[in-house]
Ligand binder design. Structure first.
Ligand code: IDP
Ligand code: MG
Length: 235
């Protein structure tokens, strides 16, 4: 079959994006490749019928004689092109003020509604060492001690989200660091008033997305799954 040949011949490792996660930690134990088309054996394919509309031809016009007898599966090229796009991961965190103010559901729902895929989620009391490691680039800033106190002052909600362009898009959904400069419609623009209490964190690059997810989540806490709505989000 043409489509399977593209995936290397075995059972394709299919997430919503048809890709493995970029790290070992986020995929199966036997799957170590980078997030380009790869093979795996454990993915649940139930959301994709065996005669997937992505890769097989199902006659929608049975009267079309020229096509009716065709049994050869065809690749629908746009799907294949979409599947080659880079899937990124980002670390999003509801900070202690967001948790205390009852904004967890609101913040999660912004990313859910957008259409990104949640792969990790937990309520967590952050130890000082982890906060310092997470914000190590800001160590020299005068506000660093207060920032560490803030992040460790109560539980945070840790999230891993996945999708094409998720890092930059999440930053847009979050808004500027200073909530007074954040656009209305963004999380910080709508829900906060001060930089020192800006309710949410989002990774600033795909590299940091991977780094931060690795920092905040243990092996086994990231879940790969195929959202049923995937075909309704991406053509
Ligand atoms: P970001 O969260 O928008 O990426 P960064 O510059 O990376 O912004 O700063 C990390 C966090 O440090 C901010 O979200 C905010 O909580 C805190 N922070 C940044 N600048 C200040 C400041 O001038 N005063 C107090 N806290 C600050
Ligand atoms: Mg930052």
């Amino acid at each position: 079959m043409e489509a399977l040949a593209v995936f290397g011949g075995g059972s394709p490792c299919v997430s919503s994006s048809l890709l493995c996660s970029p790290t070992k930690r986020t995929c199966c134990s036997s799957c170590t490749q980078k997030p380009i088309l790869s093979t795996s054996h454990h993915q649940n394919l139930s959301a994709f019928p065996s005669k997937s509309h992505l890769f097989s031809y199902v006659p929608s016009r049975p009267h079309a004689k020229t096509l009716r007898n065709s049994t050869k599966p065809l690749i629908f090229l746009p799907h294949l092109i979409a599947s080659l796009e880079q899937v990124d991961e980002t670390y999003i965190m509801v900070k202690p003020d967001g948790v205390q103010r009852g904004l967890v559901g609101e913040i999660i729902s912004r990313f859910e509604k957008k259409g990104f895929k949640l792969t990790g989620l937990k309520l967590f009391q952050c130890p000082t060492e982890l906060a310092e490691e997470h914000y190590k680039d800001l160590k020299e800033k005068s506000f660093f001690p207060k920032l560490i106190d803030y992040i460790t002052s109560g539980p945070v909600v840790c999230m891993a989200w996945e999708g094409v362009g998720v890092v930059a898009s999440a930053r847009k959904l979050i808004g500027s660091t200073n909530p007074l400069q954040a656009e209305p419609g963004t999380i910080r623009g709508d829900l906060s008033v001060q930089t020192g209490r800006n309710v949410v964190h989002g990774s600033d690059s795909p590299e940091n997305g991977r780094r931060e997810i690795g920092l905040w989540f243990k092996q086994g806490e990231i879940c790969q799954w195929t959202p049923a709505q995937a075909p309704w989000l991406r053509e």
